[in-house]
Design a protein around this ligand. Structure first.
Ligand SMILES: [Zn+2]
Length: 227
């Protein structure tokens, strides 16, 4: 039998998103890059301002070469990173929760102007990969209702104030009684993630688990975070 995937791979071989090296289709990245990226299982407990606690996980710290990969993914439209990011996040999620019990995957939204300028929501793209990998449906549940200042330009104190009431749930019936995986690209102070989770809980979500590509672990690199 002709294996179409195999024939296609001759003409369009899978490439490592980090260095461009040809890889076999089962691999996510090449072996050299695999050694460079420090795969982790980062867990943070976050708190919403209305008193709910929830877990947020990430496969990476926000350090090289992941930092540059995220930068290219967001600002140079390197969408090929969505697949490896989705795979690594799915693996971490599987280790920390019973994902078969989760109802839906959603992402932190961008405001309309930012979406127009970038052309895509970076968190939505890899969230849809997680959805394909895990079989959990992707649902848009949140919208940005206020244009706030860019988080990385503010002091830590100002950040929690800056995200307050910036997000709203699109339709209560989408989230009510649901167990939700909420995705964002980078977790820094956790304020954005916690505020979005707050809105989901306020409209009846049963459970929220956060998932990001990377967590910023040292305060020094916070100023480099860009949304
Ligand atoms: Zn590579």
């Amino acid at each position: 039998m002709i294996n179409l995937k195999r024939i296609l791979s001759i003409f369009f071989p899978a490439r490592c998103p980090f260095c461009g090296e040809i890889i076999v289709s089962e691999e996510i990245v090449c072996r050299v890059c695999q050694k460079k990226i420090n795969l982790q299982k980062i867990k943070n407990t976050l708190h919403t301002r209305n008193g709910k606690n929830f877990l947020s996980v990430a496969p990476f710290s926000y350090v090289e070469p992941i930092r540059s990969a995220i930068h290219d993914y967001k600002f140079r439209g390197a969408k090929s990173f969505a697949l490896p990011f989705g795979r690594y996040i799915s693996d971490v999620l599987r280790e920390v929760v019973d994902i078969t019990k989760m109802d839906l995957i959603t992402s932190v939204p961008l405001n309309k102007a930012r979406l127009r300028e970038r052309g895509f929501n970076q968190s939505e793209i890899f969230s849809r990969e997680i959805s394909k990998i895990t079989g959990i449906k992707y649902v848009e549940t949140l919208k940005k209702v206020k244009n706030n200042k860019i988080q990385h330009e503010l002091s830590l104190d100002q950040r929690s104030e800056n995200v307050k009431n910036v997000y709203a749930v699109l339709d209560k019936t989408l989230v009510s009684d649901k167990k939700i995986i909420l995705c964002d690209d980078i977790l820094t102070t956790g304020n954005t993630m916690a505020e979005c989770a707050n809105m989901l809980f306020e409209t009846g979500a049963k459970e929220v688990i956060g998932a990001t590509i990377a967590n910023v672990e040292s305060k020094k690199s916070i100023k480099n975070e860009m949304h």
